[in-house]
Design a protein around this ligand. Structure first.
Ligand SMILES: Nc1ncnc2c1ncn2[C@@H]1O[C@H](COP(=O)(O)OP(=O)(O)OP(=O)(O)O)[C@@H](O)[C@H]1O
Ligand SMILES: [Mg+2]
Length: 406
C-alpha cells in the first residue's frame, strides 16, 4: 500500500489526447510513475475545451485508466492549461520597505510580489504564474535574494503568465464535474520544460517547444529561472488541415498520411515519388505526391519555428540559449523535425527526454507525455503538504501562486 500523501496526479486535457499521470514523490526528489491513463480527446480545439460533455467523458476515461494502473483513487490533480489566450509578459512591482532599519523581510518580498502580479493585468485575465526575475533595492543591482539587505524601496521584475479567466475556469469546471479537485493549474509549456530540462540546461539557457495537436507552447529558461513563455494557437492539427487541403483528402486520411509518410524535409531522393491511396476495401483510389506531402509539412513547421524564433528574439532572449532548443509534444516525433529546427534557430536541437524519473518506462520515452510528467515535477517543487484544498475555494485563491524558482 502506498503512502497516499506522496501521491500526486497530473492531468493534461489536450487537443489530441487526455492524459493522466500518477506519480509517487520519494525522499530527496525522486519521482516514480505509478500509472498512466489516456483517452482520445474529442472536446478540445486549439488547447481549449469546446465541448464540455465530451471533455468530461474523456477526462473520466483517462483518470479511470490511471487509477486502475496505479491502484489509487484520484481525488485531486495538477491541471495543465494552454490555449492562444495564454500570454507571458514582464511586469515589475514596487514596495516601500516596512522597516528600513531592520532591512528587507520575507513580508516585504511577499508584498512586492503581490504588487508585481496585479499591475497591468486586465480584469478578464487571471494570473497563472508569477516568476521572479530579480530584485532591486533602492534602484541598485540585480539582487537575487533581498532578505536582510538594507534599503527603503524594494522593486522586483517578474515574468507573468496569465490567461482569460473564463477559459481557465472551463478547464477547472470540466475536472470538477467528475468529482476531482484541482490543486493548481499549470501552464502546459512550463510543465513540459520541468519534465525535460536538467538543472544545467536551465542554468545555461534553453528554449523548450511543446508542439501538440492544437497549440505550440514554448518557454525559455536561463540563469536557472523561467524567463519567458508563450503560446501559438497552431499545432499538428494544422499540419493535418494543410495536408487535407493540399492533397484533397479527408482529415482522417491526412492524419494517417502525416504519421505514416510525413517528414519535415523534402529530400532529393523522394522527388517525383507518389503514394497510392486505397479505399476501405483496399481498392486503388488515387495517387498523391509524396513530395507535396512533405513540402506542405515543411512549410507549416518552418513557419511555426520561425514565429517562435521571432518571439524569443523580440523578448531579447535568443542570445541566452546556451543549451539550445528542446522539442517535445507529439509533433516532436515527426522525422527530421530536429534538423528543421536546427536550421531555423541555428542552435543545437534535441528531443526532450524526461529527467530523473523512474517507473513506467514506456510512458517516459514518449515526447507527448512531457506535460503530464512535468506536472508531477511542478507538484514536487511547489506543493505545500499535506493539503486537501476545499472544493469550494475560489479560482482567484487557487491561482495566487508564486514560483520562486524554475
Ligand atoms: N509519429 C508522428 N508523426 C507525426 N505527427 C505525430 C506523430 N505522433 C503524434 N503526432 C502528432 O502530434 C499531435 C499530438 O501531440 P500531443 O499528444 O502532444 O497533443 P496534445 O497534448 O493532445 O495537444 P495540445 O497540447 O496542443 O492541446 C497530433 O497532431 C499528432 O498528429
Ligand atoms: Mg499538449
Amino acid at each position: 500500500m502506498f503512502d497516499t500523501t506522496n501521491i500526486v496526479v497530473g492531468l493534461e486535457v489536450g487537443t489530441s489526447k487526455v492524459c493522466a499521470v500518477v506519480g509517487e514523490l520519494g525522499e530527496d526528489g525522486d519521482l516514480s510513475i505509478l500509472g498512466l491513463g489516456q483517452s482520445r480527446s474529442s472536446g478540445v480545439r486549439k488547447g481549449e475545451i469546446v465541448d464540455m460533455e465530451q471533455a468530461e467523458l474523456d477526462i473520466r476515461r483517462a483518470l479511470q485508466e490511471a487509477e486502475q494502473m496505479a491502484n489509487v483513487e484520484v481525488r485531486s490533480v495538477y491541471l495543465a492549461v494552454t490555449g492562444g489566450h495564454i500570454r507571458g509578459f514582464n511586469n515589475c512591482g514596487i514596495h516601500p520597505v516596512q522597516d528600513p532599519e531592520q532591512g528587507v523581510t520575507e513580508e516585504d518580498v511577499l508584498e512586492v510580489m503581490r504588487n508585481a502580479r496585479s499591475v497591468n493585468v486586465p480584469a478578464h485575465e487571471e494570473v497563472i504564474h508569477t516568476v521572479r526575475q530579480h530584485f532591486q533595492v533602492d534602484g541598485h543591482g540585480e539582487v537575487r535574494e533581498p532578505v536582510g539587505m538594507l534599503g527603503r524601496r524594494l522593486e522586483v521584475s517578474v515574468h507573468v503568465i496569465a490567461g482569460q479567466i473564463d477559459r481557465l475556469r472551463n478547464s477547472i469546471r470540466a475536472v470538477r464535474s467528475v468529482h476531482v479537485n484541482v490543486e493548481e493549474i499549470v501552464f502546459s509549456g512550463l510543465a513540459s520544460a520541468l519534465a525535460v530540462l536538467s538543472a544545467e540546461e536551465k542554468q545555461e539557457g534553453a528554449l523548450v517547444i511543446d508542439m501538440g495537436g492544437g497549440t505550440t507552447d514554448y518557454v525559455v529558461f536561463a540563469g536557472g529561472i523561467l524567463r519567458h513563455a508563450g503560446v501559438l494557437a497552431v499545432g499538428g492539427d494544422h499540419v493535418t488541415n494543410d495536408l487535407a487541403c493540399a492533397l484533397k483528402v479527408s482529415q482522417s486520411r491526412a492524419e494517417q498520411l502525416k504519421v505514416d509518410y510525413g517528414a519535415a524535409f523534402v529530400e532529393d531522393r523522394i522527388r517525383g515519388q507518389t503514394l497510392d491511396l486505397t479505399n476501405y476495401l483496399g481498392m486503388p483510389l488515387r495517387t498523391i505526391s509524396l513530395e507535396t506531402l512533405r513540402r506542405v509539412m515543411h512549410l507549416r513547421l518552418e513557419e511555426t519555428f520561425e514565429l517562435v524564433r521571432q518571439q524569443v528574439t523580440a523578448a531579447g532572449l535568443y542570445d541566452s540559449l546556451g543549451a539550445g532548443v528542446v522539442l517535445c509534444g507529439g509533433c516532436a516525433r515527426i522525422p527530421q523535425v530536429t534538423a528543421l529546427a536546427e536550421q531555423v534557430f541555428d542552435l543545437p536541437v534535441s528531443i526532450g527526454r524526461t529527467q530523473g524519473v523512474s517507473g513506467l518506462k514506456s510512458a517516459l520515452d514518449q515526447p507527448e507525455f512531457a506535460t503530464g510528467i512535468g506536472l508531477l515535477r511542478f507538484a514536487q517543487q511547489h506543493r505545500v503538504r499535506p493539503v486537501r484544498r476545499s472544493l469550494m475555494r475560489g479560482l482567484a485563491d487557487r491561482l495566487k501562486f508564486f514560483i520562486h524558482r524554475g
